[in-house]
Structure formats: structure tokens, C-alpha cells
Write a protein that binds this ligand. Structure first.
Ligand code: GLC
Length: 544
């Protein structure tokens, strides 16, 4: 169990090489007919994931929770919520996944706990309680709030508590009080919770809102600033309630804890109002002492343009420290699905293939969100069925995040083969045509295209580990070279619905290895026209 050799050795590591698949457990597979996905359901589908070729799965939270924010409010870090199954089920999942060469990544929600966590119940019970300082309590200032901090989900970040006549801090819902990472006993307790899962054989963690962990020690008010929306939260620069310099020190200790074990990893969710690759890269430390991976959310918007994509990729990759490792992400459970964001009529499916090729062949670890491999889109949720607290609060201005969390589409059976009863969220209307069974049978489906891409990546050192160099191939074409020693590939992506010129290095021969429009093995001239939305991976060979 404990580490047996240096994880920093040259040996390639699973979390660098492989594709990681995100599962939102409530929506993946319901095994017991209650309309909610569960762990035995995930176990049933491991074979599918193995065939897809993924190296690891990240599970959104499965810990015990009163579900005010669907698991992002934990009331017991060491327990599995009964809605998902038992500890025995989880142990079986680890065993079955490992047997298939699939690693398990858990979501660690440690900026806050549930307000029903026993630590918080104790903390709020009296000012003298030993755990009082495990959370962030402040008195009023002349009858007013301690400062101007706002909650990410709306309203003030301070909630008055009559029991001790003080405010507690909650960066999200009032049912999610922030813990005080500056308190050594709290830190120690949290590290013990992490050890518990490391000992159980969990391979990695996704750190929820990692850049919120440490707050200003003087509780200064944030200055005014304009963010993404016009919510009060977005009218502040979050320099005092987030991204404090002391966080890197905490991450160093966290990394050291993981390094005691063999081949474990942590990937951080770094929240930012605008694309901020520098911020994401910052938490990698020098590449050996911070997060192993951190999400750069530069692609969570709607702009579809080859040169913009290239600029954003460059901005991020240039900032990843030399000893660090990048990752790529286009979708998750908080963002409108990529296939809906970039949709444009019939072009959606074609763009999905361009994105797929980029995701799997870019340098760094790809994160694939369940259903992305089918081209699943956001579902418009009727008001009466909204579950997400964000949707409940802001509908109709913001429908919330349910739309990207609808059940996985397995087949054209009732409820898309996800459940035997009406699921907790509606199934997408297009499930009869867009589902796993259908797409497995159709050689030219998006799912089979993903499978081929992942297989190509899994079999190629250059695609997994090779250097990245952008090529100036032509207008509206994103092209880059991935190479290591003698092995080299060039990926050419036409972002438009028009034919586009693609110019490559004429001192080599080029051969198609995977393409949306060409046969494998075909020659590709150094000056070629790309079909509309063509995505092609070419192998570079010496001139004959
Ligand atoms: C992260 C999660 C999101 C959750 C929030 C509060 O952003 O991804 O789903 O609501 O943190 O924990």
C-alpha cells in the first residue's frame, strides 16, 4: 500500500498518460430502481469504460450528505451516502476497477462541510467549544456584516447564528459552512480523512474549489471589480476571500501526504471569473510540490475559433512549469455541455469530432465528462423538475446546472436504459438515436470515433508524452505537432464549415492515421485542402 519507489522517477504515470472519465454518480446507472444512479450501477458499466479505453474515473461526491448541493456538502467524510450504496459496494468498485486497470479518483469537498457535519454542530454550540475555531466565526461590526464578502451562489457569505450571536462564513450555500484551514487541528483532522481513503486504495482526488481554501487572515473587504455576470459576487475582485498566497504552502503539505503513497494524484478545481491559465498553472507549484494537475477552464465559453483556441492553449501550456503536467477539459457537471455550447445546427456533431480530436491528442491529461463521448447535450429542465439549488434560486435567469447532469443514455429502452423508473432528472429527448447501444453498432458514430482516438493515444508515446509545437498551417486551421524521438504526429483541425487550406512541412511525408474524412494509411500532401470540419491525425515519416 505504502510507496515503494520514487513517484518522481522517469517512469510514465497513469494520471499523465491516460484519459480520465468523470462520472456524476446520480446520473450514470441506477441498479436498484430508485431513479438515482449508484455504485453497483457504475460497477455494471466498468466493462464499457474499459472498452472505451479510459485509465481512471473521477466520481463526483459519494460521501454521506444531506444533499443540499448534491454531495458537495459532506456530513461524514468516511461514509458512503446510502443513496449510492454501501462501503462494501465502494470497496468492490475499487477492486473491480483495478482489476480492469482503471483507477478511482474521489471528489474531496474540503473547503466546507455540511452544516449538519458533527464538527459544525459542535463548533456552533458555544464559543468555548474545542472545535469552535474549526470554522470561521466573526462578530458583527456595529450591527453590520464583518466585511463585504459574498457567497458564490448568491447573497452574503456571512450567516448570523443566534446560538452564539456571531456570523459564520459560507462561500457557497449557508448549508455549506467554510472550514478554517489555518487551524492546525482542523488540518490534521482533514488529513486523517484523506489518509482513510488513501489506505482504502483510492488512487487520486479532485479537490473541490481548491483556491477558496484559505482566506485573508485580516478579513479585508474585496475591492470592486467587474466579472463574468452582474451578480453582486461578480462585482468584486476576489483577492481576499480566494487565492491567498498561503495556499501553496498548504498544497505542499498535501502533496507530501500523497507522496507517502505510491502513484496517487490530486487535481484541483481552480475557480476564476474569466479564463485565467496563469492562476491554474500557479497551483502546480514548481511542478513537483503543488497540485499534480489543475483545471484551466479557458474553454468553458462559447467562442469557436481556431486562432482563439490556439492562443488559449498557448497561454496555458507556456505557463505549466517544466516539471509540471497539463490537462485538458471541455465539460463538467457545472458547465453547459460542450456539445451544446459549441452547437450550431447540424454542425454540432461535426464540431464534437473536432473537439474530441483536440481533447485526446493535445499534450496533457484529457478529462472526459460522461456522455461527452455520445455528443450528449444539455436538457432544458421544466421549472417543476429543477433540483439544483442554483436553478431554484435564479430561474429563469439561470436555469442552474441540472441540464448538464441528466441521465446517461445507454439504450433506446424506457428511461434510456438508465433506470426502470422515472429518473431524478428528465432524460434527453434525443435518447432514442443518441445512446451507447446505437452508437456501438454504428461504425461511424461519435462513440466509435472516441474509442479509436483513445486507442491511438494509448498506443502512441508521442501522443501521450510527446512535446507540443503549434504549426502555422493556414487560416481557420488549428494544427500542432506531437513528437518524441523518432515518433511524430501532426493534428490538423478545420474549425469551419468551409474547405480550408492546410500547409505542412514539405520535408516530410504525411500519412493519415485517423480522420473524420480520410481512410487510414492514405498519403496526405504537404499542401492539402481540408474538408469542412475535418479532423485528421497524420503520422510524419521520412521522405522516400
Ligand atoms: C464546485 C463544484 C460544484 C459545487 C461547488 C460547491 O464548484 O464543482 O458542483 O456546487 O463546488 O462545493
Amino acid at each position: 500500500m505504502k510507496k515503494t519507489r520514487n513517484a518522481q522517477s522517469n517512469k510514465s504515470l497513469w494520471w499523465q498518460d491516460g484519459v480520465i472519465y468523470q462520472i456524476y454518480p446520480r446520473s450514470f446507472m441506477d441498479s436498484n430502481g430508485d431513479g438515482v444512479g449508484d455504485i453497483p450501477g457504475i460497477i455494471q458499466k466498468l466493462e464499457y469504460l474499459q472498452e472505451l479505453g479510459v485509465a481512471g474515473i473521477w466520481l463526483s461526491p459519494i460521501n454521506k450528505s444531506p444533499m443540499f448541493d448534491f454531495g458537495y456538502d459532506v456530513s461524514d467524510y468516511r461514509a458512503i451516502d446510502p443513496v449510492f450504496g454501501s462501503m462494501k459496494d465502494f470497496e468492490r468498485l475499487i477492486k473491480e476497477a483495478h482489476r480492469r486497470g482503471i483507477r478511482i479518483i474521489m471528489d474531496l469537498v474540503m473547503n466546507h462541510t455540511s452544516h449538519l457535519h458533527p464538527w459544525f454542530l459542535e463548533s456552533r454550540s458555544s464559543k468555548e467549544n474545542l472545535r469552535r475555531d474549526w470554522y470561521i466565526w466573526r462578530g458583527d461590526i456595529k450591527g453590520k456584516y464583518p466585511n463585504n464578502w459574498m457567497a458564490y451562489f448568491g447573497g452574503r457569505a456571512w450567516e448570523w447564528d443566534d446560538t452564539t450571536s456571531q456570523y459564520y462564513l459560507h462561500s457557497f450555500l449557508k448549508e455549506q459552512p467554510d472550514v478554517n484551514w489555518r487551524n492546525p487541528a482542523l488540518k490534521n483532522a482533514m488529513f486523517n480523512e484523506i489518509r482513510f481513503w488513501l489506505e482504502k486504495g483510492v488512487d487520486g482526488f479532485r479537490l473541490d474549489v481548491v483556491n477558496f481554501f484559505i482566506k485573508d487572515d485580516r478579513f479585508r473587504s474585496n475591492p470592486f471589480g467587474i466579472g463574468k455576470y452582474l451578480r453582486p459576487y461578480d462585482l468584486q475582485k476576489h483577492i481576499y476571500d480566494r487565492d491567498r498566497p498561503e495556499l501553496l504552502e498548504l498544497l505542499r503539505e498535501w502533496r507530501a501526504l500523497l507522496e507517502e503513497y505510491d502513484e496517487r494524484m490530486m487535481v484541483g478545481e481552480v475557480v476564476a471569473e474569466k479564463p485565467n491559465p496563469a492562476l491554474a498553472a500557479n497551483y502546480l507549484g514548481d511542478g513537483t510540490d503543488g497540485l499534480h494537475l489543475s483545471f484551466d477552464f479557458s474553454f468553458m465559453n462559447r467562442k469557436w475559433d481556431a486562432s482563439l483556441f490556439e492562443n488559449r492553449l498557448r497561454a496555458y501550456h507556456e505557463r505549466v512549469p517544466e516539471k509540471g503536467w497539463p490537462c485538458t477539459v471541455f465539460s463538467n457537471h457545472d458547465q453547459v455541455r460542450s456539445c451544446s455550447r459549441y452547437a450550431k445546427g447540424d454542425d454540432a456533431e461535426k464540431r464534437a469530432r473536432v473537439l474530441a480530436t483536440l481533447l485526446i491528442t493535445m499534450r496533457g491529461t484529457p478529462f472526459l465528462y460522461y456522455g461527452e463521448e455520445l455528443g450528449m447535450k444539455n436538457v432544458c429542465i421544466p421549472k417543476s423538475r429543477i433540483q439544483d439549488p442554483v436553478g431554484k434560486r435564479y430561474w429563469p435567469f439561470n436555469p442552474g446546472r441540472d441540464g448538464e447532469r441528466t441521465p446517461m443514455q445507454w439504450s433506446d429502452d424506457a428511461y434510456a436504459g438508465f433506470s426502470s423508473v422515472e429518473p431524478w432528472l428528465p432524460i434527453a429527448d434525443d435518447y432514442r438515436e443518441k445512446n451507447v447501444t446505437c452508437q456501438l453498432n454504428e461504425w461511424n458514430s461519435l462513440l466509435n470515433f472516441y474509442k479509436s482516438l483513445i486507442a491511438l493515444r494509448n498506443n502512441s508515446v508521442a501522443l501521450r508524452r510527446g512535446d507540443l509545437a503549434f504549426c502555422d498551417a493556414g487560416k481557420d486551421v488549428l494544427a500542432y505537432r506531437r513528437s518524441v524521438d523518432e515518433e511524430a504526429f501532426c493534428v490538423a483541425l478545420n474549425f469551419t464549415s468551409k474547405v480550408r487550406q492546410c500547409n505542412l512541412d514539405e520535408s516530410y511525408d504525411w500519412k493519415v492515421v485517423l480522420s473524420t474524412h480520410r481512410r487510414n494509411g492514405e498519403q496526405f500532401q504537404f499542401r492539402e485542402k481540408l474538408f469542412p470540419y475535418e479532423a485528421t491525425v497524420l503520422e510524419q515519416t521520412k521522405k522516400r
